[in-house]
Design a protein around this ligand. Structure first.
Ligand code: HEC
Length: 132
């Protein structure tokens, strides 16, 4: 009887989702503040694929995000980022926004945005887009 002779091909760990490069933080920073640099890193990893940071709508029909925090409250933004499609079922602004896309594209729900701290950090970065 052959038992377990073909053991040992070491499984290669599948990369989970691409980690967002985060600056090292002290626990106090995590506990008390949003980290705008971390938010910017997330933005440059994910959001920049579709969004521009000026006023121009991007080629895929995603709104330019300059001044976006003057269009929405942080609470609205938090729910939008958590899941645009789910939020659109209960919020008229979100629903109208999705319906306004000329290509029928809906902003996806990102696994990274399930994390409250990540959302807070991205929102903190979005706030900086109001400044020239
Ligand atoms: C695959 C393309 C895509 C990616 C990536 C994407 N979005 Fe969007 N986003 C859209 C589209 C398209 C809309 C317009 C609404 C719709 O059609 O769903 C939108 C709308 C928004 C809005 C509302 C804008 C307004 O004018 O009211 C915000 C805020 C936003 N996105 C933030 C983000 C952030 C932050 C990220 C990164 C975590 C991100 N988006 C990643 C496509 C994308």
């Amino acid at each position: 009887m052959v038992v377990g002779v073909f053991c040992c091909s070491t499984p290669v760990m599948a990369a989970e989702s691409t980690p967002v490069t985060a600056p090292v933080q002290t626990p106090e920073v995590i506990a008390t503040t949003s980290d705008v640099k971390h938010g910017e890193a997330i933005f440059n990893n994910i959001c920049i694929l579709c969004h521009r940071t000026d006023y121009e709508t991007s080629p895929v029909g995603a709104p330019g995000l300059r001044d976006v925090m003057q269009r929405h409250t942080p609470e609205w933004e938090d729910q939008w980022l958590t899941s645009p499609a789910a939020f659109a079922k209960k919020d008229e602004t979100a629903k109208a926004l999705i319906e306004s896309n000329p290509y029928g594209l809906v902003m996806p729900t990102f696994p990274e945005m399930a994390d409250e701290q990540n959302r807070r950090d991205v929102i903190e970065f979005l706030k900086t887009l109001t400044k020239e």
